[in-house]
Design a protein around this ligand. Sequence first.
Ligand code: XMP
Length: 506
Amino acid sequence: MILVIDFGGQYNQLIARRVRDMHVYCEVVSYEKALEAAKEKKPGGIIFTGGPNSVYEKNAPKIDEKIFDLGIPILGLCYGMQIMAHELGGKVTSANSKEFGKTKTYVENSSKLFEGLKKEEFVWMSHVDYVEEMPKGFKKVASTDNTPNAAMENVERNLYAMQYHPEVNHTENGFKMLENFVYGICKEKPEWTMSNYAKEKINEIKEKVGDGKVLLALSGGVDSSVTAKLLSKALGDKLTCIFVDHGLMRKNEGDQVEAAFKDSGMHFIRVNAEERFLKKLKGITDPEEKRKAIGEEFIRVFEEEGRKIKSVDYLAQGTIYPDIIESGAGNAAVIKSHHNVGGLPEAVDFKEIIEPLRLLFKDEVRELGRELGLADYLVDRQPFPGPGLGIRVIGELTKEKLDILRDADFIFRQELEKSGIEKLPDQYFAVLTNNRSVGVMGDFRTYDYTLALRAVQTTDFMTADWYRIPFELLDKISNRIVNEVGHINRIVYDITSKPPATIEWE
Ligand code: XMP
């Protein structure tokens, strides 16, 4: 395995993701537990992530120097490079200006890190500090016009570092550089597969649960569907799934979820709770408050239903790795409170919680779903946030606004899907903004909502690029929506990537 040491950067799980893509198992731990984890898990290699701090700040994350003496290969990235340099006696300096974006870099391709690469590479930089003087024993292996030491190595001590981010797509041969570290330097083998994972998990769950009863909150999204499938394979009718229909689903979606799971062998319960949710959400406009209110109400409903099932032994959740990290369990800043984390455990009396996807990334979850024989339309479903359309209607929620959005969103998706585009965007949806503007329809003035269309291309949903929908198609979609859906008189297309935007608007 490879151990990723988290210094609080936003790309941390992406690094783990890249390593998993190489079929090498990988875990992320906080810098505070770095030495302990390295000793206990005995990884084949360690990667230090980036982070927002400066090594000289009083509360900047530190690393126990003993980690450098374990003989395990270490690769420091960005802040990870700076902390390595700082701890080992080098000098880290703050540059006058930030180096940000795609940057031409001159690399020593005799270094094992750059094996098979050209002498000039484009890499993604995002830093203010840089290593001005390398520690003793280190050799410079890459530089840019502004950063003299863009990568360094001490081959004898098995220590390597890069100032830039090889884990993001913008570093053109970044994956190759990481492969050079993982396969070439750490000598890891590509042996971690989803088919092994499925077998292991099914046995593990069977053994653990025995004759007990398991309860799962099923949303019909990819994560909870795969969890349900995995659990039903292991447990059959010892599993009960509760589907809380909060009224924030897309058009017809509640019925589709019901149809998909009703006859699957498990106990399936659908709760129609639209009115309750709308009442609870009345007057709330702040995105975080909305997310929290939806999460809380969800728990209340689930709790009431759960209590009807006597003596639940285990509660299962479709929590996946990014949910945990993006909600601030790691050191990364909280960007959005994810709806599916926390809360539920207190909602029902149970012995223990089961989260079989806890360490998986989204695309691994899909791969697992396919491995388990889950239907393509469930596995390939675009992600749909737990709070549903609640975070796609900006500002206060009303049934009227939700219905407008549902109809517009349906047309947008339908037109894209029947357009014959070779590869559809990975996620596409409409957002009802709370902006109203003046328009003219027939001979009349209108004062109606602005609808935004969002479509992105991404592999991991941690970074994303906006999707280039052909103008003719946008034109057709726009025409259909304004003609067929009332109260929308203006349509805009979101052309921001993530970062700096996020995929959802709230
Ligand atoms: P953002 O907006 O953070 O979204 O760029 C990244 C991906 O996560 C989805 N998303 C959620 N999924 N519960 C979820 O299960 C949530 O609360 C949630 N919020 C956002 C979003 O649709 C995108 O695919």
